[in-house]
Design a protein. Structure first.
Length: 500
């Protein structure tokens, strides 16, 4: 009879002899990543694209950097959470440069999902942002007074996500947005979710996106200070261990010490796990997670309230079965599956794990088998006092920034959903500043489903070998492919590769 995953996890706790220590796991991952990163960066022939843009693109950008000759002002009101808004800011910088417009510091829309009123200056250092990009685009904090009273919708200067294609090309901005800018002197992008594609794009604009994400956006001191407490407490060590630490925490962590002063190896190493298993994601997936009739009724009720369009769409087509969805890799990894992956890689039960993310669907009962296997799981709520957390209560984006710091600074970062913006941005940040010493684990949901399908027959050693092979193959993708996110895969000529 097939064993339940809880029984499998329970048996694994008795097989500690088969698990190696965390240090060895980290060494192995470093070795794999460094071996991959020895490959030289390659050009994909994208740099010549700007030569094929319409002639007036060159004309409008000849006066770049001169305030008096700009084409107008760009306002952006970005939707989503912390990481979606970060991408929107960098895309707005690129669009402002493309159109030779002056960018007003972006606004962040209030979301009924995130329920956070935070604005740009509550999360990022405004002055650093403006200073870093001062030679690239014009940035101002507020619109000139004579433009503030304009009804932008009435004059046709309001551009919503419905008016602009997802991952739009530069030509679309030249054709559709530039005329509005030249006519009215102002354009307001409302929403601006993923409204600029990654390719084809002129080399200098791609480079500017990179500069914005990795250099211009620094968290405010309030976030850096508490973020440094998180990292120091889990490491039991106060100094920076890499350039990653200094970039994330600034002056709130002391400089990297020399080997003569302190033995960095004496600090605790930890793995950060971004476990995406929230109720909205679980319900939207249409998958079965073993909770029986109660789970089925609960998730269906959630869909009816929050995803009516999904249900309408499913009425028109024959939906895939939960088994088919899982086989295709469309089901979120459960906490138990994430723990199995870590165990298969050799992480011992004594490993320190920082858990990032929102409320896990199923709560403590869902996490119990995982905590039984890995009792040293901690969250920001465990590491920080109520007083330290108080300024962040009711500010979900600022809390997410703390998770960003803890994940980016970790010795190993593991994700369960490679499509999430936090996982994407954190993994890119670790590639950019990690120097080959910041491995990221990306399980393939499709391959893992195939492996777990053999739960009753597969031997543990075979399971380990297949899990390690899956992760090793995931480590190989480092050179940014055409159309791929430069925020997630910065290893390309436009971002971090040195020209020969």
């Amino acid at each position: 009879m097939m064993q339940s995953r809880e029984e499998t996890l329970h048996m694994m706790t008795k097989k500690k002899v088969r698990c190696c220590i965390l240090d060895f796991c980290i060494w192995l991952l470093f070795h794999l990543q460094r071996k991959i990163q020895r490959k030289q960066c390659q050009s994909f022939g994208r740099n010549n694209f700007h030569r094929h843009l319409r002639g007036h693109l060159v004309q409008i950008r000849m006066s770049k950097g001169t305030v008096n000759n700009h084409t107008g002002f760009i306002l952006v009101s970005a939707n989503g959470g912390l990481n979606q808004q970060r991408v929107a800011v960098c895309n707005a910088v690129a669009v402002a440069s493309l159109l030779n417009a002056t960018l007003v510091i972006p606004k962040f829309l209030y979301s009924n999902v995130w329920k956070d009123p935070s604005q740009f200056s509550d999360i990022y250092q405004e002055e650093t942002f403006m200073h870093t990009l001062k030679n690239d685009i014009n940035i101002i904090k507020e619109l000139p007074s004579h433009l503030r009273s304009l009804d932008l919708e009435a004059i046709g200067s309001l551009v919503t996500d419905a008016d602009l294609a997802k991952e739009a090309t530069p030509n679309e901005y030249i054709k559709n947005i530039l005329p509005i800018l030249l006519r009215n002197g102002i354009v307001h992008f409302l929403g601006f979710g993923n409204r600029l594609g990654f390719d084809p794009l002129p080399y200098d604009l791609q480079k500017l996106r990179c500069k914005c994400n990795f250099h211009a956006l620094k968290f405010v001191p309030k976030i850096q200070k508490i973020g440094s407490l998180l990292v120091k407490r889990i490491r039991k060590y106060d100094s920076a261990r890499s350039m990653l630490d200094k970039q994330l925490l600034g002056n709130f962590i002391s400089s990297i010490p020399s080997g003569e002063q302190v033995n960095i190896a004496s600090s605790s190493k930890y793995l950060a796990l971004h476990l995406r298993f929230e109720v909205d994601m679980v319900a939207y997936s249409m998958c079965d997670f073993g909770g029986g009739e109660n789970e089925t009724r609960e998730l269906q009720a959630y869909r009816e309230e929050h995803f009516p369009l999904l249900l309408e769409r499913l009425k028109k087509v024959k939906p895939l079965s939960p088994a088919e969805l899982r086989k295709m890799g469309r089901c979120p990894l459960t906490p138990e599956e994430a723990a199995l992956v870590l165990a298969g890689l050799g992480f011992s039960s004594g490993a320190y794990i920082y858990l990032a993310g929102s409320q896990i669907y199923g709560g403590k009962s869902r996490m119990r088998p995982v905590i039984n296997l890995y009792p040293n799981i901690v969250t920001k709520e465990d590491l920080l006092s109520p007083t330290e957390l108080a300024p962040f209560r009711n500010f979900s984006s600022q809390l997410a920034a703390l998770d960003f710091i803890a994940c980016a600074a970790s010795d190993v970062f593991a994700m369960t959903d490679s499509g999430s913006q936090l996982s994407s941005l954190v993994s890119g940040f670790r590639i950019y500043y990690g120097g080959g010493n910041a491995p990221t684990l990306r399980p393939s949901k499709k391959r893992l489903a195939a492996i777990l399908q053999e739960n009753s027959t597969i031997r543990w050693q075979s399971f380990e070998n297949r899990i390690r092979k899956m992760i090793e193959e995931g480590q190989r993708v480092h050179i940014r492919g055409f159309g791929r996110s430069i925020y997630r895969q910065p290893r390309c000529n436009e971002c971090m590769c040195k020209h020969q």
